[in-house]
Structure formats: structure tokens, C-alpha cells
Ligand binder design. Structure first.
Ligand SMILES: *Cc1c(COP(=O)(O)O)cnc(C)c1O
Length: 417
């Protein structure tokens, strides 16, 4: 079994284990900052480039603060995520609202924040007017290329995806907005998730910039921003290669020049909505071995469960596991690493080669910094674990406590007699 580098040094992880009860997610501030800087550098050529960090990936204000201080805006897709942005005093240009099947209250609140709104459906414009919600000055739609693109396993095939509007609908939607007097436009798509092929994103840029050019020529409109979405992947497996971010930046620049500049269009901002690639590798789930048992297979039961990280159970996603120890041990055992839910997919790993472990050993589940804690749930009345941040200066800070039983009971209502 190949080994995988841990972004946080084992000594720092041990220090966190002494200070906080496992399980917890542990994040690395320096790692997050380095990832944002790398992305920003790859797009330094683009006028006013900005990544809008997808709040859903790691919805913790301490983490959002870090990415915002590095220049990110926030990409919100729900009421709560908009509230998180508002609580950080972010407004206008700093907030992207990319939602679907959107409730009117969320549109109202996004309008109050003067957020950039990407409409998932052209019909929402008239629907909002019917409900007395003023349309934003800047109108942007989400494009779904349908059968023109393959997609990938996590996000699915665009032709089967619920998101966005067709090419013909976009022509109609922008024409209708223009007829209504709109003069400011944006364009959005998001067709990949956890994609590690740099050229996939360049193809998306060719597709979307080409479409912007087509809409410009057909309708005489200019775009203020073109949003290529998120979805840049990370190497979850030790043998996976990291994404060549610089190759994406250079390829998107070539597409930008070819489709937009050469056409004489006013240069739009290029924006992204990446979450995973910025915080994913900078987070890890630290958990203690509770029991080991052998039946038809060998099991290791840990104190975390799928309530704290459901990607393996939900998508069969691979997360590397390191057993913390003074010296690396050979992987001479094979285990299913499991939580304690009454669900057989509550497994962090299946038949995984690992060093032999004993009760009390610390396991580190890698790459949980995005779509990790955030996806958790309370089935079986499981309490989701807390979050700890390793600051760049070496301090450890608790940035979310673990849930308590009282948290779970807080929503119950005694029936009236
Ligand atoms: C989930 C999501 C993102 C972020 O995806 P990552 O894989 O974390 O980069 C961005 N935009 C939209 C609309 C999303 O749904």
C-alpha cells in the first residue's frame, strides 16, 4: 500500500488529540492559504479574477474567514449559506448565489445582499416579478450543455442533471432580459465534480466562452463575468496525481483570448466557485480505534461514524487512512474500518491494507476538509463531531464543538395533552 503525505505533522495531530476528544476534523490554515494563493496565481492574467469559495464545502466562519482574507468571495446556494456571508458583512460582488429549485425567500435575501445571482431557470425571472421581487440589475443564467458533455460520476451526466438551462433557453432568457431593459449580464456553468483532468476545465472554458460569444453576436450583449463553476478535484488516492492548476489557468487564458478578445468583446471577469481543491486536502478526520473484531472479515470500529463523513458511504469514495505511530508500520493487516451506525455502509474503508491496530490507536482519515463534516447527519441519534483549526503560528483552536444530546432534543415539541 502506498503511503500518502499528511499535510499536518504527526506531532501536531498528537497535540490535538491530547487537547480535544476524538473524533474531530482538524484543518490546516497554512495549507488552505497556500491552495488559494496557487489558484489565484494561475489566474493572475484574468482581469479581476476571483474564486467564490463554495460555502457548502466547509461551512465554518473560521475557515471562510481564511479564504476571504486571501481574496475569495463566497458561493452560496441556500438561505443559511447566504446568512453566513451576511454575518461576515459580505455583500454585492463578494457573494455569488448559485441555487436551484430556489424558494422565493432565498431570492429576496440574495437581493437584499445585492448578491450576484445565477438563475437556474429562465422562468424564474417572471416568477419573481409575479411575487413582487425586483430583478437584479445583473442577470446571469446557469448553462447545462446536455448531451454535449460527458460529466463525471459524482455530478452525473449533464443530460440527466437537474441543473441549469439549455442553449435555446439561454437565447430566450437573455433576449427576454434585454427586452426588459437589463444591460448587465453574467454566464455560469458547473459540469464537473472532483475532476482531476486539467483539460476538462479548458474544454468547459472553450464551451462557455464560445457560448458567450454566440450570445454576444446574436443579441448584442456583453458579459461582466463568466463563471466556470467549481469541481476541481483532489488526489484522494495515494496514486492519484494532483490537478495541474497552472495548466488550467493557461488553457483558460488561451480560450479567453480566442473566443472573447479576438471577437472584440469587452473583457469579462473570469470567476470560479471552487471549494474542494482549496480545503479538501487541508482537513482530516482524527478518530480513535474502539474495537477490533474478526468474523468473515476483520473489522476495526472507530469512534467516528458516517455521521461525521459520509462520502465513503454515499459515493463509495476513497479516503486514505493513516495509523498514527512513531514509525510507519507495514500494512500487514486488512480491515473494514467502520463506525457504529446501524447501517452496513457506515464504513470508511473496505478490505483496506493497514498496519495491525489495537484499541486506543489513532487513525487519521485524509482529505476531509471539503464536503466532510458538512454532509453529516444525525441518523441513529449520532452526534456530529467538532472541528479544530491548526493556525499558521502553531496554535490549535476549537472552531466548532461537537454536538450534544441537548442539541438533538432541542427540536422536539411535547404534544399537547
Ligand atoms: C458544489 C458546488 C461548487 C463547489 O464544488 P467543489 O467540488 O467543492 O469545487 C461550486 N458551485 C456549485 C454550483 C456547486 O454546487
Amino acid at each position: 500500500m502506498q503511503h500518502k503525505h499528511l499535510l499536518i505533522a504527526p506531532d501536531d495531530i498528537s497535540r490535538a488529540v491530547e487537547q480535544y476528544r476524538t473524533p474531530f476534523h482538524l484543518y490546516d490554515e497554512a495549507g488552505i492559504r497556500a491552495a488559494v494563493r496557487r489558484l489565484n496565481a494561475a489566474f493572475a492574467w484574468a482581469p479581476n479574477f476571483r474564486n467564490y469559495f463554495a460555502v457548502k464545502a466547509t461551512p465554518n466562519p473560521a475557515i471562510l474567514d481564511i479564504v476571504v482574507s486571501e481574496g475569495c468571495g463566497l458561493d452560496c446556494s441556500s438561505f443559511t449559506e447566504l446568512i453566513m456571508a451576511a454575518r461576515m458583512d459580505l455583500r454585492g460582488d463578494a457573494v455569488m448565489f448559485t441555487s436551484n429549485n430556489t424558494p422565493v425567500d432565498e431570492y429576496r435575501f440574495a437581493r437584499k445582499l445585492d448578491a450576484c445571482i445565477n438563475f437556474d431557470d429562465i422562468g424564474h425571472l417572471d416568477w419573481l416579478l409575479d411575487q413582487d421581487v425586483a430583478l437584479p440589475e445583473l442577470i446571469s443564467f446557469r448553462y447545462n450543455p446536455g448531451a454535449d458533455r460527458e460529466g463525471n460520476t459524482i455530478i452525473g451526466r449533464p443530460a440527466e442533471a437537474k441543473f441549469g438551462a439549455t442553449r435555446a433557453q439561454l437565447h430566450q432568457g437573455y433576449a427576454a432580459a434585454k427586452a426588459r431593459g437589463t444591460t448587465r449580464f453574467g454566464l455560469h456553468t458547473m459540469v464537473a465534480s472532483n475532476e482531476r483532468n486539467a483539460d476538462y476545465f479548458v474544454t468547459t472554458a472553450d464551451m462557455l466562452f464560445g457560448l458567450a460569444g454566440e450570445l454576444h453576436d446574436a443579441l448584442g450583449i456583453e458579459f461582466e463575468y463568466i463563471n466556470l463553476g467549481g469541481g476541481i478535484g483532489i488526489p484522494y488516492r495515494p496514486e492519484d496525481e494532483a490537478v495541474d492548476i497552472e495548466r488550467i489557468g493557461a488553457g483558460v487564458q488561451r480560450a479567453y483570448t480566442e473566443h472573447l478578445i479576438a471577437r472584440g468583446m469587452r473583457p469579462p471577469r473570469v470567476v470560479l466557485e471552487c471549494g474542494r481543491v482549496l480545503t479538501g486536502p487541508a482537513g482530516m478526520l482524527v478518530t480513535t480505534v474502539r474495537h477490533a473484531k474478526s468474523t468473515y472479515r476483520n473489522y476495526v470500529g472507530v469512534d467516528a461514524s458516517m455521521a461525521d463523513l459520509m462520502r465513503p458511504g454515499m459515493y463509495g469514495a476513497y479516503h486514505h487512512i493513516t495509523v498514527l505511530g512513531a514509525t510507519p508500520q507495514p500494512d500487514d493487516a486488512r480491515y473494514d474500518v467502520v463506525g457504529s451506525l446501524c447501517e452496513n455502509n457506515d464504513k470508511f474503508a473496505i478490505d483496506r491494507p493497514l498496519p495491525a491496530v489495537a484499541s486506543g490507536d489513532i487513525m487519521v482519515i485524509h482529505d476531509t476538509g471539503a464536503h466532510g463534516r458538512a454532509m453529516g447527519f444525525n441518523y441513529n441519534g449520532k452526534l456530529r463531531c467538532g472541528e479544530v483549526l491548526l493556525r499558521s503560528d502553531g496554535r490549535l483552536q476549537l472552531i466548532r464543538r461537537a454536538e450534544s444530546i441537548d442539541d438533538l432534543f432541542a427540536t422536539l415539541v411535547e404534544p399537547e395533552a
